[in-house]
Ligand binder design. Structure first.
Ligand code: FAD
Length: 335
């Protein structure tokens, strides 16, 4: 049975800890609740599927229904001689799932260790870190279509993945219930990133577990834990701009990190560097600010709401536009 609660304090359910109240809230813990959920949706002006709340800008007041996904369960089976098929229900904690895979000899997700949130949200923005994107290992995604009340399974190609993007980001009727991953039995050991390679160089024959530990240590040294200070991880997308403009910028700012793309007409540039180079690391505006160790992360020093955060966002976007003629787009979902 689905229990709807009212006037829930949403502040601790979003990792930015933005002050927020949800008028209506329910926990989805069993697939059998979906039919009832589907029927009840028409009585609310809007709805939102919540995982770990780690990629979210929550409003002071939400008048719709928040559906908190807590579907649990993991299964592992042979896919072929070289791969396992590991399926996880959407409400599983992402990092616990990565740990489970490593412990069971199913590799590839090590580079995505310690990303907050749930398995179900991972395909939504195609989470990525340290040279790996989750799309590289997703076999299929099963979702419940809240508009027609039925399950549908999408192949990797049908998810339409791209940089921090997928078709789920634009089709909110799909509530992801389960994600299946095809994971190699031998770790691909993707350890090319500078800090990671340096950490592993001290170990004689590093294993996938060592790689996971290297990723965790590196993340902990650079990114603030939401338990200590409210944040949503990287706040702005790294802009992908045309290569001519990127080369012009590189000439003007030789230290600007740029990354070639599959299409040579486009180049990705570091949003964090652009902000840092404006001297904004550690900048503070009221209760919000730019994290002192990483300019791509905005933080809530306590007591901030969405409006205050958006003032800071506007200021940074204006500064970047004026100084580099680049439009920064935000990564978290605006609820
Ligand atoms: C400290 C920190 C570090 C981070 N580092 C990274 C990083 O390295 N790489 C990266 O890519 N991201 C990173 N993030 C962002 C975030 O962790 C990911 O986007 C994560 O996948 C969000 O998961 P969530 O469960 O918290 O989603 P939520 O924030 O709850 O939701 C995000 C979006 O997904 C949708 N959604 C959630 N669950 C479902 C579902 N079951 N079905 C359909 N839609 C759903 C929501 O409706 C919403 O649109 C970081 C965040 C923090 C706070």
């Amino acid at each position: 049975m689905l229990k709807i609660q009212h006037k829930i304090n949403f502040t601790s359910l979003n990792t930015f800890h933005l002050t927020s109240i949800a008028d209506n809230f329910c926990i989805l813990s069993d697939l059998s609740q979906l039919a009832e959920l589907c029927k009840t949706l028409a009585t609310y002006p809007q709805y939102f599927i919540l995982g770990g709340g780690s990629n979210l800008i929550a409003p002071s007041k939400y008048d719709g229904l928040i559906i908190h996904n807590q579907l649990r369960g993991i299964s592992l089976q042979d896919f072929d001689d070289n791969h396992y098929l590991v399926s996880a229900m959407a409400g599983e904690n992402w990092d616990n799932f990565v740990a489970y895979c490593c412990e069971h000899g199913a590799f590839g997700l090590e580079n995505l260790s310690l990303i907050p949130g749930t398995v179900g949200a991972s395909p939504v923005q195609n989470v990525g870190a340290y040279g790996v994107e989750v799309k590289d290992f997703i076999e299929s995604v099963t979702a419940f279509n809240l508009e027609i009340g039925d399950f549908v399974t999408f192949s990797n190609a049908e998810c339409n993945f791209s940089y921090r993007n997928s078709m789920f980001k634009h089709n909110h009727q799909y509530l992801v219930t389960q994600v299946s991953f095809k994971l190699p039995k031998q770790s691909p050991m993707n350890a090319s990133y500078g800090d990671i390679a340096k950490y592993l160089s001290t170990i004689e024959q590093p294993t996938a577990i060592d790689l996971r530990m290297a990723i965790i240590a590196t993340r902990q040294s650079k990114l603030p834990s939401p338990d200590e200070i409210g944040n949503a991880g990287s706040f702005f997308h790294n802009p992908i701009i045309n290569t001519v403009q990127a080369q012009e910028l590189k000439q003007k700012f030789p230290n600007l990190p740029i990354y070639a793309q599959a299409d040579p007409n486009y180049t990705k540039i570091s949003a964090g560097w652009l902000i840092d180079n404006l001297g904004l690391k550690g900048y503070r505006l009221g209760h919000v600010g730019v994290y002192e160790k990483q300019a791509l992360v905005l933080v809530n020093h306590g007591g901030a709401d969405k409006d205050e955060l958006l003032e800071l966002v506007k200021f940074i976007q204006q500064q970047v536009k004026v100084n580099y003629n680049i439009q920064l787009n935000i990564e978290p979902i605006m609820l």
